[in-house]
Design a protein. Structure first.
Length: 266
């Protein structure tokens, strides 16, 4: 095939990657669209769970923990703070790449022995030794604080006011649901021509930008301690602007003859 014939075939959609043999059939394209819409529904359910179940549950649990008072003598309730004097059996601190382990094995005489997890080694865990006597604070049957000689450290079971990450994950699920639904709907409506709603480059850029925005806003919000509602207040407009700015703008293609004429004039 001559160069002119090849250019002619590509211009009418017969070349590879431009249509014809390189383009999926309408039936297969619609099947992909249905799959994307199903993924959008699953992601929407996850978003619903994050905002309607997970966020209120963690918020209420933290409020209850902050409002809890020390248990009265011989109390059987679990919503108050009970104090136990325990003995350290073993301490385990491992930093192996992405996986880290911070644990302490405790016992109460000969009647009870259990393992308590921590999120980091300090300020107390790293100084504990087998045989040390520690004071454990329990709430709702979980050990939430360990202390010794005035040094306290929260365990992994201690409720935390870190709702910003709940919102960031829920917002990412909502963004993924919106993206996959839009890309799937376009394939159902227009299976032969759904550009630019394709993975490369628009879909890929949207997804990675959404991940960067959600965690780029959520993590600093946790570290700084600003209210959780600032995460969607900043993140949603940022993702909307990114979707508009990254939308591919159609350009005027340069025909083969015009391109050769330009090369000759240089």
């Amino acid at each position: 095939m001559t160069e002119r014939a090849r250019a002619r075939a590509q211009s009418i959609g017969g070349g590879p990657g431009k249509g014809g043999a390189g383009r999926q059939s309408p039936g297969r394209t619609r099947a992909v669209g249905v799959l994307l819409i199903l993924l959008a529904l699953i992601s929407a359910v996850l978003c619903y769970i994050a905002f309607v179940r997970w966020l209120p549950s963690d918020r209420d649990r933290y409020r209850d923990y902050v409002a809890a008072e020390p248990c009265p003598a011989r109390a059987t309730a679990t919503d108050c703070l009970s104090t136990w004097h325990l003995t350290v059996v073993k301490r385990e601190i491992k930093n192996a790449g992405r996986t880290s382990t911070y644990k302490a094995t405790l016992k109460d005489g000969d009647s009870w022995q259990g393992v308590v997890d921590f999120g980091d080694p300090g300020p107390l865990l790293e100084h504990l030794k087998p045989g040390d006597e520690v004071t454990a604070t329990a709430w709702r049957r979980d050990i939430v604080v360990l202390s010794k000689d005035g040094v306290r450290q929260n365990t992994s079971e201690a409720p935390r006011d870190e709702l910003q990450m709940n919102v960031a994950i829920g917002m990412l699920a909502a963004f993924f649901a919106a993206e996959t639904f839009a890309f799937g709907a376009v394939r159902l409506v227009s299976p032969r021509d759904h550009a630019p709603f394709a993975w490369d480059p628009y879909g890929r850029r949207l997804l990675f930008t959404g991940i960067a925005v959600c965690f780029g806003v959520g993590l600093p919000a946790v570290w700084i301690g600003i209210p959780w509602w600032t995460v969607p207040a900043v993140g949603l407009p940022a993702m909307a602007c990114a979707a508009v700015l990254m939308y591919p703008r159609p350009g005027r293609p340069i025909a083969g003859g015009e391109a050769r004429a330009r090369r000759k004039t240089r």
